[in-house]
Design a protein around this ligand. Structure first.
Ligand SMILES: [Zn+2]
Length: 183
């Protein structure tokens, strides 16, 4: 049975159908407005409906940049999208009748790398995702480490420089402010 993965970014969503062996079978993209959560949800629902057609899909994984609730059903805080304590899974369930989890985008990327990529022969790994920010995922004993607040892998927000550059997360000197794709 296949699964659909949806990556919600700041200005677009990218979604794909993935087989049990990690093979990407189909994909689609939709532009979105980060200030309009309703439009983002509509785009995700449309993308899933589009991709389900012709595939035997059993579940949906939704990845987003931000702090994800430990129950993996919502977004506590997203730096680039207008979500605060946002029940994303419940909102999407109005248009998607499949089992669904919400996960941090770096955790999702790290898990994919662990299952199907460079990490497939190891039990412990850390993945760093360098983009607009610096994200991370930690796999320990073959399990994704989330921690008490679901943010164990947020390596980009470890304080590297005391009293350093102010970060969008509200702290100073975060690693992300010194090592990321942002100018
Ligand atoms: Zn930070």
């Amino acid at each position: 049975m296949d699964a659909i993965g949806v990556d919600i970014g700041g200005t677009k969503i990218a979604a794909g159908v993935v087989g049990e062996d990690g093979t990407l079978r189909a994909q689609t993209r939709h532009d979105t407005d980060p200030t309009d959560p309703a439009a983002i949800e509509a785009a995700v629902i449309a993308a899933v409906a589009e991709l389900r057609d012709g595939h035997d899909v059993g579940a949906v994984g939704v990845a987003a940049a931000g702090y994800i609730s430990p129950r993996r059903d919502g977004v506590v805080f997203a730096p680039n999208i207008a979500w605060r304590d946002y029940p994303l899974r419940e909102r999407l369930s109005h248009g998607i009748d499949l089992p669904m989890v919400v996960e941090n985008d770096a955790n999702a990327a790290g898990w994919a790398e662990f299952r199907f990529g460079r990490g497939r022969h190891v039990e412990h790994m850390v993945m760093a995702t360098v983009g607009t920010g610096l994200g991370g995922a930690i796999i320990a004993d073959g399990r994704l480490l989330r921690g008490a607040f679901g943010a164990a892998g947020e390596i980009g927000h470890m304080e590297m420089v005391p009293s350093g550059h102010y970060c969008g997360c509200g702290h100073e000197g975060c690693w992300e402010m010194y090592a990321s794709g942002a100018p």
